[in-house]
Every structure is written in structure tokens, then in C-alpha cells.
Design a protein around this ligand. Structure first.
Ligand code: FAD
Length: 500
């Protein structure tokens, strides 16, 4: 007997649902499998550095120190006690290093057996609204600065792509970001107060103590303690993204077209091993979408942190994970067209969303700068060097940085394209040595392309490579010798690269 019509319909619906479920599982099984795997492998450890030691974001630099000394938050107490500390350092022949958020990766905040000055408590913020100038204590982090400025309809003019860093640390490496075609942060500095090794506080600007101004910005804490700074700020704005996938050999040409009226621009290169490896990019320009202040989207906590973390971490050691992220990223880029974002929202992203937290592995950054017309030359070398060393490249962002006319130890000696590379690796000495070998070859490739490399990361480049990339280095260290003849301010970066 044939079934009644209603039960035939029910059976058909059941089959349709089953087929849909099978199709959905087919499409999503691989990503879901990878993300669950990433979640299972993600075993965060709270790794307290033991008393008597200091380390940085690399978790590769644990070093015995005499003490970590937090600066008092109150400006008068901070200055008096810092002066006492410097006097004691002179008397006891102690070295002093300066630490902000400690996201540099080469012991730049650490002097062996020395005193680490922890600047984070020194974070007072004041706005001079008439001049659009922010006065920020050097210990303030961007995650504190951005909400403060947001409440006044303002935004940071130049900063990194994450909000974790301190103002003092950002000035001392002369950071740059993805604010389109802007010079590094020094260009936004009106003035700062610097306590030099003899305990004197100097106001430094382009016209007052100009030599200290040029050397302490990008000076890696070797000229004194930056106490606070006056930074020019800009209006918070509304942006709308326009994205496209481009071949890297057309990146610069397309950038010039899509960046019209863009406040921020960033490219992400494909890191999937194979034909597209460092040959394709998602190029996104965040164009200005002018509106009244009330229509600028409110500043929120960044969403989907858990999912974004798993998508990112699923790439570790996995070509499939990298392919899934690339597909997800290109799809999301298309979907964002027409949406609105505030400038402050884009800037207010923490690095911890993606950070490696397992005990045996770490994330290491590299950054290379090349003239725009040599981008492809550098990438051709990178495509060969990176796989040969078995390096696990997780992310590459591409930005532009305009010429820096303010600092002595400058990387942007002309308009350049910056490539920020994030690698995941073991924390063991063999992995570090593999990273060192790859770094030195990539530095050679950047130099051969007329470029530079960035200094806050692992100190793997040789002194000869450093001298080639920074021809002003000898004069920089000679100036340091004049301002701090006893070499009170010291760190592992200077230990490696300062002349003896
Ligand atoms: C995930 C990640 C993303 C990054 N993205 C970018 C980016 O987009 N663009 C970019 O340019 N860089 C980027 N960086 C590098 C970053 O800008 C630097 O490492 C920066 O120094 C971090 O600030 P910090 O507060 O952690 O500085 P720290 O690491 O604490 O210090 C860095 C240097 O500044 C000195 N210093 C700190 N405070 C003072 C002070 N008050 N006075 C004098 N000297 C001081 C220290 O002695 C040290 O030499 C990134 C780093 C990481 C880990």
C-alpha cells in the first residue's frame, strides 16, 4: 500500500533536512575540526616571572635583575624618587633599564643585574582641547588613551595596530601604524619631558633641546626616562572599508587607486603554502565616511574574540588551517562593504586575542621596510627563505610609512612599504637559532632591496647588518656617550649593538 500524501511530505521534508545537514557538515566539518583542535591545543599558562628576574613579550629573555622598580603615579613623587634612584645607580654602578608594556622582544627593557624602571603606573592623561594636544604620562597604554580621547571626539594620530603599548615605549621605538601614508609617531610629538642620567628634567621639542628630541624619540631608553609627552591628536572619524584581493606584483599600483580618501589602509598577504604564498593580498582601505559626531559608532569591546582566536591559532603547523583562515578572511572582507566603523574602534584592538600562551611556544615578530617599487623583489626572496627554514608564518600585514624627518636612528629614511611578519615557534634554543638564521637572510634581502628592518624585535641581525640598515648608528651612540658618559641607561639592545 502506498503511504498517505501527508506522510510522503513529512518523509520528503526529513530527507531534505538530512541532506541540508550533510551539506552543512561537509562545508563546515574541516573548519570546525581545525578550530576545535586549536581550542584543545590552546593551553594557556600563567607564567609569572619569578622575583629577581625580568622578561619581555618574547618570553625568550628571562634575565636576573637587581630589582623591578615601579614609578609612583604621582608626578612629584615620581620625579624625586627617580632622581634618587639615578643617584644610587651612579654610586653603586648599577645599570638602569626602562620598561613600558614590555612588548619589545630583544631584552630592550632589561639590563642584566640592573634596575628595571616600570613606567606603567605613570599614566596621567590631560587634554588641551584648544590645541588638540594630549598630555600623556609615559606609562599610559593606548587602551587607556583611546577611550579617554573617544569621549572628546578625538583619536590618536599615529600608533601601532594594537592598543597594548605604552606611550613611552611607542615613542622610544618611534612606532608606526596603518594610518595611511603617515610618518612614524615622532611626527605627532610636540614636546616631551626627559629625565637624563644626572637627574635633570629637560623639556624637549624641535626648538628646545632639539638634539635630545631627535635622539630620545626612537632612542630605546638610552637617553633618559621620558616622563610625559604632548601628542597632537586628530578627530575621531567614521570609516567604511573597501577590500579587494590583488596579486602582490600589482599591490602598489592598486594601493594608489583604492587609498583615495582613506584614513587607514592595510594589506594582508596570503600565507598558505603553495602557489599563492606571499603572492596574493587582501587590500583594505578604510575610507572616510563623513558624518556628525552623534553618528560615529560608539566604542565597543571587540567582538567574536574567542572565534577569531581559534581561526588564527588553527593555522599553527597547519596548511589547512592557513587555507581556512585565508578563505574566511577574503569572505569577511567582502561582507564588510557598506558597514561603518569608528577610527577609535579600529585602533582599539588588543594583541592578546591572538597571542600564543602555551608554555613551549611563542609568537615572534619581524618587520622589514622596502621602497614601494622593490616590494616584489623583497617578496621573491621571502618566498624562498621562509619555507627553506621551516618557519611557521602566521600573518603578514602590509602598510605604508612616510619619511621620518624627526629622529636620529630612523628606519623611514624615505617613503616605504612595511611588512610585519608574525611567526609561531618553539621557545627552545634550536628554534631560536632557526629564527636567527632566517632573520639574517631576510635582513639581507631587505638591504639588497634598498630597505631596512625594525629594531624592537629579536636581536638576531649581526652588528654589520645593523650598521648597514642604520647608517646614523655611530653618531647616535656617540651622542648617547655625551649625555650619559657613565652608561647608566643600558639594555640588551645596547649590549649587542653599541660600540665598546
Ligand atoms: C603584537 C605586537 C604588535 C606590534 N605592532 C606594531 C606596529 O603595528 N607598529 C609598530 O611600530 N610596532 C609594533 N610593535 C612593536 C611595538 O611598537 C614596540 O615593541 C613598542 O616598544 C611596544 O611598546 P611597549 O610599551 O611595550 O615598550 P617596551 O617594550 O616596554 O619598551 C620598548 C623600548 O622603549 C623604552 N622605553 C619604554 N618606556 C620608556 C620611557 N618612558 N622612557 C624612555 N624609554 C622608554 C624601553 O627601554 C625599550 O627600549 C608590535 C609589537 C607586538 C608584540
Amino acid at each position: 500500500m502506498s503511504p498517505a500524501p501527508r506522510s510522503r511530505v513529512r518523509r520528503a521534508v526529513r530527507w531534505a533536512l538530512l541532506l541540508a545537514a550533510v551539506a552543512a557538515v561537509g562545508c563546515c566539518a574541516q573548519p570546525a575540526f581545525l578550530w576545535v583542535g586549536a581550542w584543545v591545543r590552546d593551553k594557556p599558562v600563567t607564567e609569572a616571572v619569578p622575583p629577581g628576574f625580568a622578561d619581555d613579550a618574547s618570553r625568550m629573555n628571562r634575565t636576573a635583575v637587581a630589582e623591578v622598580w615601579p614609578v609612583p603615579a604621582d608626578p612629584a613623587a615620581a620625579e624625586a624618587q627617580l632622581r634618587d634612584l639615578l643617584r644610587r645607580a651612579h654610586e653603586q654602578k648599577l645599570h638602569v633599564s626602562i620598561a613600558g608594556a614590555r612588548h619589545s622582544m630583544g631584552g630592550h627593557t632589561i639590563a642584566a643585574d640592573g634596575v628595571v624602571v616600570d613606567m606603567l603606573p605613570f599614566k596621567r592623561l590631560e587634554l588641551d582641547a584648544g590645541r588638540n594636544v594630549l598630555r600623556a604620562g609615559a606609562g599610559a597604554r593606548w587602551s587607556e588613551v583611546i577611550p579617554f580621547l573617544d569621549a572628546h571626539g578625538l583619536s590618536v594620530a599615529v600608533m601601532q595596530s594594537n592598543n597594548d603599548f605604552s606611550v613611552g615605549g611607542s615613542l622610544s621605538v618611534n612606532c608606526h601604524g596603518w594610518q595611511h601614508d603617515k610618518p612614524p609617531i615622532a611626527s605627532t610629538v610636540e614636546s616631551f619631558r626627559l629625565m637624563t642620567a644626572d637627574g635633570t628634567v629637560h623639556r624637549c621639542s624641535r626648538t628646545e633641546n632639539a638634539e635630545l628630541f631627535r635622539h630620545a624619540l626612537g632612542g630605546y631608553g638610552l637617553f633618559g626616562v621620558i616622563l610625559d609627552a604632548e601628542l597632537r591628536v586628530v578627530p575621531n572619524e567614521r570609516y567604511t572599508p573597501a577590500s579587494e584581493v590583488v596579486a602582490t606584483d600589482r599591490y602598489v599600483e592598486r594601493l594608489r587607486v583604492v587609498a583615495t580618501d582613506a584614513g587607514m589602509v592595510q594589506g594582508r598577504l596570503c600565507v598558505v603554502p603553495g602557489d599563492d604564498f606571499l603572492r596574493k593580498a587582501v587590500l583594505t582601505a578604510w575610507r572616510r565616511a563623513p558624518c556628525g559626531r552623534a553618528e560615529i559608532p560608539v566604542l565597543n569591546a571587540a567582538g567574536f574574540a574567542g572565534l577569531r582566536r581559534q581561526v588564527f591559532r588553527a593555522q599553527i603547523g597547519s596548511d589547512a588551517g592557513k587555507a581556512v583562515r585565508w578563505r574566511a578572511e577574503t569572505a569577511v572582507a567582502e561582507r564588510l562593504a557598506g558597514a561603518f566603523f569608528s577610527r577609535n574602534q579600529l585602533l582599539n584592538e588588543g594583541a592578546e586575542v591572538y597571542q600564543e600562551r602555551n608554555a613551549d611556544r611563542t609568537d615572534i615578530l619581524h618587520e622589514y621596510f622596502v621602497p614601494p617599487d622593490r616590494l616584489e623583489t623583497f617578496l621573491a626572496a621571502a618566498r624562498e627563505v621562509i619555507p627553506r627554514h621551516g618557519a611557521d608564518l602566521m600573518n603578514v600585514t602590509v602598510r605604508t610609512v612616510s619619511e621620518d624627518t624627526d629622529t636620529a636612528l630612523r628606519y623611514a629614511d624615505r617613503d616605504l612599504v612595511a611588512l610585519v611578519m608574525l611567526f609561531n615557534q618553539g621557545r627552545d634554543p634550536a628554534s631560536d637559532e632557526r629564527d636567527a638564521a632566517a632573520t639574517r637572510e631576510l635582513v639581507d634581502a631587505a638591504l639588497a632591496a634598498g630597505g631596512r628592518y625594525y629594531l624592537p624585535y629579536r636581536p638576531h641581525p649581526t652588528p654589520a647588518q645593523f650598521a648597514a640598515a642604520y647608517p646614523g648608528a655611530a653618531a647616535f651612540f656617540a651622542c648617547r656617550q655625551r649625555h650619559d658618559p657613565a652608561g647608566v641607561f643600558r639594555n640588551r639592545f645596547a649590549d649587542k649593538y653599541a660600540p665598546r
